[in-house]
Ligand binder design. Structure first.
Ligand code: MBD
Ligand code: FE
Length: 282
């Protein structure tokens, strides 16, 4: 099922909202009244404090109301939350990990990308542009043992900054794959270096960014989910040393341990980098 996605905030937002809904039930299993009361009361109290401290006017209150309505109309709740809130949820969730660092998932993951062997090229167009990149490494457990047949799911933007299934005119699984590591936990993935990602400027989030005088950019990144039986799945991203916006990611999701430094390799413009993953035990 390939949907037509046009190049507007509302179209990529609708696709992201639909993707999220298709994977998410409603409610939190086991959420209790006490917890909901505490969290929502504190959120509201913080909001009330801000209104008093800054003497928020009716004009500002109504502008907020109109903007929130538009976030929904544009399907941009996944984008808004993943850009400005998710990094703190991930920070808290990551506190209990010893292995590789994780970071946010963002709005553009799609499960069940085509399975690929340990040494493979990601699905891409015949004329895919961008610097060729060989991304290789090994998946081990925290005790150092190799994790045979670990699953390395990878998704990324193309050299124009677009994600397949969330932008028009891209093959369904372009630059998305599920690589199965070999018996030593090793993988070698041929891809291209993605471009920095600009969040849509024509939707509610773009309007917030412009009105607040911020910039709409994320540094170029690869997204990954790495998993193996008996181990905690890690969701992470990898960035490129010296790349634009590595130091001022709008989504606050860069960590020093996640910055790659690919070196020229082979002929032409090819680059190569090694990054190993260490998974915590489940
Ligand atoms: C992205 O590509 C992304 O990774 C995040 C977190 C938010 C918006 C776009
Ligand atoms: Fe992304």
């Amino acid at each position: 099922m390939t949907e037509i996605v046009t190049d507007t905030a509302a179209a990529s937002g609708a696709a992201a909202t639909e993707q999220f809904r298709s994977r998410q039930g409603s409610g939190v299993p086991g959420a209790d009244t006490q917890r909901v009361d505490t969290l929502v009361t504190e959120l509201l109290t913080a909001t009330h404090d801000i209104i008093r401290r800054h003497k928020v006017t009716y004009e500002e209150y109504n502008a907020l109301k109109a903007w929130l309505i538009r976030v929904g109309e544009d399907g941009e709740w996944p984008l808004f939350l993943d850009v400005w809130v998710e990094h703190v949820v991930e920070e808290v969730a990551g506190e209990s990990r010893e292995g590789s660092k994780g970071t946010i998932e963002g709005p553009y993951y799609v499960p069940d990308a085509p399975a690929l062997p340990a040494e493979a090229a990601l699905p891409m167009r015949q004329d895919e542009t961008g610097t060729p990149l060989v991304f290789q490494g090994q998946v081990t457990s925290v005790d150092g043992s190799a994790l045979a047949a670990a699953k390395v799911e990878i998704w990324q933007a193309d050299a124009a900054g677009y994600y397949s299934q969330f932008a028009p005119d891209l093959p369904q699984w372009n630059l998305r794959g599920t690589v199965i590591a070999d018996e030593s936990g090793c993988f070698k993935i041929r891809t291209i270096q993605p471009a920095p990602y600009q969040i849509p400027t024509d939707g509610a989030c773009g309007s917030l960014v412009a009105t607040a005088g911020w910039h709409p950019w994320r540094p170029a990144h690869l997204h990954l989910k790495v998993s193996a039986p008996g181990h905690r799945l890690i969701t992470t991203q990898l960035y490129f040393r010296g790349g634009e916006h590595v130091d001022d990611d709008i989504a606050s999701a860069v960590k020093p341990a996640l910055i790659l430094d690919p070196k020229p390799a082979g002929s032409g413009n090819d680059h190569e980098v090694t990054y190993d993953f260490v998974l915590d035990r489940a």
